[in-house]
Design a binder for this molecule. Structure first.
Ligand code: F3S
Length: 389
């Protein structure tokens, strides 16, 4: 792979051991994917930061990097951690887990990563431009920036996103190259989609059906930013799809031909997915906010729960800036009185629910349902809010 003089200096250790290790990770990745060169990036988003996901080995890996004195060269944000960094006791997080989680946050912060753990950084200030190259790791955020904003990123792993943040570079391959962004299979939506669960189900169905190809979606009458977020999360979880095109939404979709192969989607397909994922009627906890909730969504839940106090404990998962807004309004305290916890910095998938005695969970997100079943081994009830509470 061609490296500039500066990149060679990084690889030869002239900027220290940490930068050298980061560049080595990227050169190895570039060699695997036959990248011809490195390209500069404007931001990175780093996943794999929950102690539940990375354990002691991952924590030490990050601490080694941090102790080498290395700093990120571009704006870098982090994915959700395993707990609310302030209110973890209220969540019932075990003390030991919390101690280790804080080691991870400290290591990342020492390197200059912004300590706002969230999977929707684009909703609170970290919004790349069209055609900008970035290196993001969270699969739902990758889908959003590629498909809705038109910035370009591959789906990075935690270490490669960190290496990109440290060097300000990423190998030029995959979705950084225009022609690799072409849709290969079309989905015609013949049913009226209402609310985030419907979009999440559509995404999950497309992920299962598109066989890793980039889909072109049309027939959707109306869609909000939150619904696009949930659509991308669904297809990333079931099919690892890092990008979709949607008619009148994806900025570059008119640059490509509409694929000839068309799969029709009726409401039955979506209902089948919901039934297949659901494994429980009872729930110990209802958790909303996969991906993280926006201010608009929490406001809607607040109004709903005031008149429909839930029977179960409820978590609303969101980012720190959004939680702070509701804290300042006194709404976090009001919701707590209704047994609804606004949980920042984390989510139902990366928090150690199994260790906390949770066995079954009510969800309105196919991504959360997918990982709660497969990773956390929980029983899942998937439905709209009124159904799961
Ligand atoms: Fe975000 Fe957790 Fe879902 S990281 S996308 S809320 S699994």
């Amino acid at each position: 792979m061609y490296l500039t003089k500066e990149e060679e200096r990084m690889l030869n250790g002239e900027y220290g051991k940490g930068v050298e290790k980061a560049m080595r990770i990227l050169v190895t990745l570039g060699d695997i994917y036959n990248a011809e060169k490195m390209i500069p990036i404007s931001s990175a988003q780093i996943s794999g930061i929950s102690y539940k996901s990375i354990g002691d080995a991952g924590t030490e890996f990050l601490e080694d990097f941090a102790n080498s004195g290395v700093k990120v060269r571009v704006t870098a944000t982090m994915n959700p951690a395993g707990m609310d960094l302030e209110d973890w006791k209220k969540m019932g997080i075990p003390e030991d887990f919390a101690k280790n989680q804080l080691r991870i946050i400290n290591a990342l912060t020492k390197m200059g990563v912004i300590p706002i753990p969230s999977c929707t950084p684009y909703f609170h200030g970290f919004y790349p431009r069209f055609n900008e190259h970035v290196a993001w790791a969270e699969s739902s955020a990758v889908a959003f920036v590629n498909s809705v904003i038109g910035a370009r990123t591959n789906r990075e792993g935690g270490p490669s996103a960190l290496a990109a943040a440290i060097t300000g570079r990423t190998p030029y391959y995959g979705l950084h190259i225009k022609e690799n962004r072409a849709p290969k299979v079309a989905f015609k939506v013949n049913t009226n989609l209402v609310g985030i669960l419907d979009f999440s189900l559509l995404g999950y169905f497309i992920g299962l059906t598109a066989k890793k190809e980039i889909p072109f979606i049309y027939g959707v009458k109306e869609v909000s930013a939150e619904e696009l977020r949930s659509l991308g999360a669904g297809m990333a979880s079931s099919g690892g799809i890092p990008m979709f095109h949607m008619d009148n939404i994806t900025p570059e979709s008119k640059d490509f031909e509409v694929p000839g192969e068309v799969i029709e989607v009726e409401s039955k397909e979506l209902e089948d997915v919901r039934e297949k994922i659901t494994t429980s009627e009872d729930v110990d906890l209802v958790a909303l906010g996969c991906p993280h909730l926006t201010i608009k969504e929490i406001m809607n839940y607040y109004n709903f729960f005031k008149s429909h106090p839930p029977k179960h404990k409820v978590w609303l998962c969101t980012s720190r800036p959004v939680k702070e807004f509701f804290k300042n309004q006194g709404i976090v305290t009001e919701l707590e009185k209704l047994n609804v916890l606004v949980v920042a910095d984390t989510c139902m998938v990366v928090a150690p629910l199994e260790e906390m005695g949770i066995k079954s969970i009510g969800l309105d997100s196919t991504k959360a349902a997918h990982y709660s079943r497969n990773l956390s081994k929980l029983k899942v009830k998937l439905g709209k809010l009124e159904e799961i509470i």
